[in-house]
Design a protein around this ligand. Structure first.
Ligand code: S6P
Ligand code: ZN
Length: 203
């Protein structure tokens, strides 16, 4: 059955908003434990609690073959050397893949396999599409100076598993080194910060 109200959604590619649809907002205070440099995180939070990212989801239908999608706006910024980023997650239904379409701004997606052995940093910007395979942890990172806006499309049955990332985080961090986004081993970055490998939570 064609549900006319669900067939077309107009959105603003510069803000990642859908007129008339509320956003789900993630502020800096909700990202405790995600950024590697805990001293820099505490210092930033003492100055305010800015919005780091906001999402607007659409769930037109929830049948076995249906799709859900979400627009997101990830703000520019850094905590220490690490760029503003999303929490990141696996899909609760592990085989569920996802397609990301960059709409404005510039950044990247950090993708990791579940064993934590492989990390890929894939550019995400206007006119680019990133395919996230199933069973892959995915986090979006804004490496630019303007909001990074993108669309993600995923199976309605995907669900979100934040627990694994909240517990052990990604194996890699993306930090600015000599003005360039650089993928580093979390353990080595923490050692360089003087926080020691004890703060590295991946098994
Ligand atoms: C949903 C999709 C995105 C994220 C968004 C926020 O499957 O991957 O819409 O929800 O990038 O990230 P997170 O990790 O807080 O859900
Ligand atoms: Zn996802």
């Amino acid at each position: 059955m064609l549900l006319a109200a669900h067939l077309l959604t107009r959105f603003d590619p510069h803000t990642g908003t859908i007129p008339g649809v509320g956003e789900s907002v993630r502020r800096l205070s909700e990202l405790a434990g995600y950024f590697a440099d805990e001293a820099a995180y505490g210092a930033a939070l003492s100055k305010g609690d800015p919005i780091v990212y906001a999402t607007s989801g659409a769930e037109p239908a929830a049948g076995a073959g249906d799709l859900h999608y979400a627009l997101a706006r990830l703000m520019p910024g850094r905590i220490g050397g690490e760029y503003y980023m999303t929490k990141g997650h696996y899909h609760a239904w592990r085989p569920a893949a996802e397609v990301y379409v960059g709409l404005s701004g510039s950044g990247a997606m950090l993708l990791e396999d579940e064993a934590g052995e492989e990390s890929s940093l894939v550019p995400l910007e206007a006119n680019s599409i990133v395919y996230v395979p199933g069973a892959t942890a995915h986090r979006t990172i804004n490496t630019g100076a303007t909001p990074l806006v993108y669309l993600g499309v995923y199976p309605a049955a995907a669900g979100h598993d934040y627990g694994a990332i909240a517990t052990r985080n990604f194996r890699s961090v993306v930090v600015e080194v000599n003005g360039q986004p650089t993928l580093l081993d979390r353990r080595e970055y923490l050692a360089a910060l003087g926080q020691g490998a004890g703060a590295y939570r991946h098994p």
